[in-house]
Design a binder for this molecule. Structure first.
Ligand code: ATP
Length: 905
């Protein structure tokens, strides 16, 4: 007998599940050890050894190793061993960087791993899908990706898209009844839900019957696609650039070797020096270093609660020019409190803030007893009956004392209705004891209403609808006045609208509640049947305060040339009031609603889109149009969303952003960035980090390439001027290790420059060398080369006996010039524009590099290896004076030059 043939009790019995209590932790542990984690097998990743060996696959490194081997055989044993040692150290450094990047990217994947709602130890909790075991009792609802194979126990309008498993593109209607037939195909197993499929509508519960590779998905998947390394556009461009640079480096090296040989240098020495120079000058680490910078930046974003799902998004973030943000919960606190009640007979205010359960009802400053006012008491109690939220008492520890507080489980809008009723003494349990819910038509942000059918103890049934007042009002024919229902006249409709507008202008979110008694035997099959001919009871107006930090973040975005747009299902006037408070809506800025949006084509919207700051009463479907119009205007759009219907807009946006707390799996999977705290501030932080990561990559490139240009030029100048070699092969390789190693990594961890959020967004196709970077690299490279050769020439003074001393001076000058230059690279302007000690890693890295240099010069055992001699004070003064020139002199020019004016204003 298959799962789909079994009755509920049989499934429960066979899987040893408990629909009332769920599994215990002990039980889960045991099952995990029997069945394993609920994961599909992944393709093997590259082993540590393979990653390490890959560091040697670079062609020039192989040539160097071969050349060293030959020179070792010829007799230069010490040189050969040292070169090998340095190459080995370099490989270790590359390996560590790569592993670190990999690890942090793996951690990222885990952070965005899917979760499931499961009954454990008598409580509904969210756990990682990988920890689900057979026998678990789980809940699924619209927007979820089913995390295991389930036999359904209850459903409510459940439809599942099983295309990923069966290829069937129309979502299947599900039911919970046992199927009698045998050999039923997967697509027809309507009482089952399968791993990897997507819930498109409704909700349901089910018992897990298979996990991991035992699921239907596991049977066909065999191996989940291996973790392919995503290459970002910048990485691709840099790979391309790297190839050009290799060609240039090889050409220049060949030139150095050629001229050297013509000038009478020994061929073998020139060959080894040339190969070492090529290894040092070729920016082989460029793409890898970008990965490191991306990975480090992504880690910093996680600390600020932004989880990047797709690496290329990090680059796009820095280019964002518009953020389209949901209002509720992202720009506001989503802590709703009812402040005003209106019915045809009363208009009362309600006191008490947040989660307070006590409050007074006042009419023109006089306290009223809501239960004595028939319209108010119905408005409050029906708000509780047409409601899916619950208030649960939870024990919390505060200052070592246990305290019970009320916690909301469900939608904050509905929570506010529960609390306003509680203040009047209507508890949820009390009302549920008097009314039985028979049917529910869930809230959806397209319809903007929710409806239930309830039956009281006398057998009388009622339809109760709550929703956006303009929508509900359109379905009302009557209005409650005192204890009577009356025809709703045109004047009264206008009056209701005026009340809603006046509440909305105080930034209140409004909910209308209406009802209809059902005739005996009358049933409602569809929403149209249920939500018609209603009697309006009244309006509840609730406040949802803006997030305090959002205002500041919006201001910062504006300074950064990024426009914030509010998109909300809420009333136009409420939205405008909050948008004004948050400074999103400027004087003369437009607010348009969904209805107007419907009448505009994408092209028409495109013409007006720059002036629109708030989209109100929109459905998720409208978002796509907004994204398209903005993109036609060449905007790089960040768009937030949480529901299933938000997914197309999230996908279409340049940066799709999903809510971590309220977001569905569908929205998250479509997104590039997930906000762990649903907070607008996190978007701003992520954009700032995105900009910073890009700047850090530029700093890296600037530093590395200027160093390489310097190294090549020293050798080239010497050869052209007919001088001896200013640097020996080992010194060149050592410079490459010391300078391209720690200091370069530390640049990747650099803090953002003060004005990074005061510049305009970067154009997406901007070259890495834009904004004068190319010139900076070349001019610094030339300066470094010139001062090094000058220091060499001054010390050498045409005296062959001074050669080793002069080489040591050149060696140290080159390194010191680079180590000073690294601080310069931190700023778009000059070394004087930033605090030298701000980046502690960089200070540490430079300190270690200097110590290493001192060691190779002064430790007697190292001197023969590195061909050095100890330097005296005079040489040190020469070295430091020369090394400081490029940065101090060129930096000084920058000080006098007017600052690059790239600010947004
Ligand atoms: P956003 O999250 O996009 O800022 P929103 O949360 O304000 O928008 P929706 O959730 O689509 O937008 O709500 C639109 C309107 O529907 C609200 O203004 C309110 O009047 C009504 N509404 C919201 N929640 C419910 C609910 N649970 N039941 C009935 N009506 C609701």
């Amino acid at each position: 007998m298959k799962w789909y043939n079994m009755k509920h009790e049989e499934v429960e019995h066979k899987t040893n599940a408990s629909l009332s209590d769920g599994l215990t932790d002990k039980n889960v542990k045991k099952r995990i050890s029997t069945y394993g984690l609920n994961k599909l097998k992944e393709a093997e990743k590259a082993s540590a050894l393979a990653t390490f060996l890959a560091q040697f696959k670079d062609f020039m490194v192989l040539v160097l190793l071969a050349a060293t081997l030959i020179s070792g055989l010829i007799g230069e044993m010490l040189d050969a061993v040292t070169i090998m040692g340095i190459v080995f150290l370099n490989a270790i450094l590359g390996f560590v960087q790569e592993r670190k990047a990999e690890k942090s990217l793996d951690a990222l994947k885990e952070l965005s791993a899917p979760q499931m709602n499961v009954l454990r130890n008598r409580e509904w909790v969210k756990v990682l899908s990988s920890e689900i075991v057979p026998g678990d009792y789980v809940k699924i609802s619209a927007g979820d990706r089913v995390g295991a194979d389930l036999r359904l126990i209850s459903v409510s309008g459940l439809r599942i898209d099983e295309a990923s498993l069966t290829g069937e593109s129309v979502p299947t209607h599900k039911h919970e009844h046992a199927i009698e037939y045998t050999d039923v195909s997967l697509g027809d197993q309507e009482n089952m839900a399968f791993m990897g499929t997507m819930v498109t509508q409704g909700s349901g519960t089910g018992i897990v019957v298979a996990t991991g590779m035992k699921t239907e998905m596991g049977k066909i998947a065999h191996l989940l696609q291996g973790t392919t390394n995503v290459v970002t556009p910048l990485q691709r461009r840099l790979e391309q650039l790297g190839k050009t640079l290799i060609a240039v480096a090889l050409l220049l090296t060949a030139l150095v070797v050629g001229i050297g040989v013509i000038q009478g240098h020994d061929v073998q020495t020139m060959f080894i020096s040339g190969v070492s120079l090529a290894v040092a000058a070729i920016p082989e680490g460029l793409p890898a270093i970008v990965t490191v910078a991306l990975a480090l930046g992504v880690q910093r974003m996680i600390k600020r609660r932004g989880i990047v799902r797709k690496l290329p998004a990090v680059e796009t973030l820095g280019c964002a020019s518009v953020i389209c943000s949901d209002k509720t919960g992202t720009l506001t606190q989503n802590k709703m409190t009812v402040k005003e009640l209106w019915t045809a007979s009363e208009h009362v205010t309600v006191t008490g803030n947040g989660f307070e359960t006590e409050g007074q009802f006042k009419e023109q400053e006089l306290i009223v007893v809501p239960n004595k006012k028939p319209t108010v008491s119905r408005l409050l109690s029906y708000g509780v009956l047409c409601n899916n939220a619950t208030l649960v008492e939870k024990e919390v520890r505060e200052k070592r004392k246990k305290k019970t507080t009320l916690v909301l489980d469900g939608d904050p809008t509905e929570g506010a209705l529960l609390l306003s009723a509680l203040k009047a003494g209507y508890s949820q349990e009390g009302l549920q004891g008097q009314f039985n819910r028979i049917q529910e038509f869930p809230f959806d942000s397209g319809r903007k209403m929710m409806t239930v059918v309830v039956k009281d103890k006398q057998g009388q049934s009622y339809v109760i609808t709550k929703g956006a007042p303009d929508v509900v009002l359109a379905h009302c024919e009557r209005i409650q006045k005192g204890t009577l229902d009356d025809i709703l006249t045109g004047t009264e409709r206008k009056q209701v609208n005026a009340i809603v507008d006046s509440m909305a202008s105080k930034a209140l979110r409004t909910i209308a509640i209406a009802y209809r008694p059902l005739k005996v035997g009358e049933t409602c099959k569809t929403t149209t049947e249920a939500e018609s001919n209603l009697t309006l009871i009244g309006i509840q107006g609730m406040i949802d305060p803006p997030r305090e930090e959002a205002k500041q973040a919006i201001q910062e975005c504006r300074e950064a040339g990024i426009k914030t747009i509010m998109i909300t299902g809420d009333h136009k006037i409420t939205a405008a009031a909050i948008a004004k408070e948050l400074t999103i809506l400027p004087e003369g800025g437009l607010v348009i609603d969904g209805k107007t949006l419907d009448t505009l084509s994408v092209e028409e919207l495109e013409n007006r889109v720059e002036d629109i700051y708030v989209y109100a009463r929109v459905s998720p479907e409208h978002k796509l149009k907004i994204v398209q119009a903005l993109q036609k205007r060449d905007h790089i759009v960040a768009m937030t969303g949480d529901g299933v219907n938000d997914a197309p807009a999230i996908k279409a946006a340049n940066i799709g952003i999903a809510m971590g707390i309220t977001g569905t799996d569908v929205a998250k999977e479509a997104s590039e960035l997930v906000l762990a705290d649903d907070n607008f501030l996190t978007i701003k932080e992520a954009i700032k980090e995105g900009r910073n990561i890009y700047e850090n990559i530029r700093k890296f490139i600037r530093y590395m390439l200027a160093s390489n240009v310097g190294e090549i030029l020293v050798m080239l100048f010497a050869m052209i001027l007919g001088m001896p070699l200013p640097l020996v092969a080992i010194q060149i390789l050592w410079i490459n290790l010391v300078t391209d190693g720690l200091p370069a990594i530390a640049l990747g961890m650099d803090q953002a420059e003060g004005d990074v959020m005061k510049r305009k967004p970067r154009k997406q196709n901007e070259s890495v060398f834009a904004r004068g970077l190319g010139w900076k690299i070349i001019s610094r490279g030339i300066m470094i080369g010139v001062v090094t050769i000058a220091a060499f020439a001054l010390t050498y003074n045409n005296n062959p006996e001074q050669l080793i001393l002069a080489q040591t001076v050149a060696f140290l000058t080159l390194v010191m010039a680079q180590l000073i230059h690294v601080f310069d690279c931190r700023s778009e302007y000059s070394i004087y524009h930033r605090n030298l000690f701000e980046n502690k890693y960089l200070v540490g890295a430079v300190f270690i590099s200097v110590l290493l240099m001192i060691a190779v010069i002064y430790v007697p055992q190292l001197q023969p290896i590195f061909h050095t001699v100890p330097l005296g004070l005079q040489e040190w003064l020469l070295v430091m004076g020369m090394a400081a020139i490029p940065t101090v002199v060129l930096g000084g020019f920058q000080l006098f030059k007017k600052q690059d004016v790239r600010t947004a204003q």
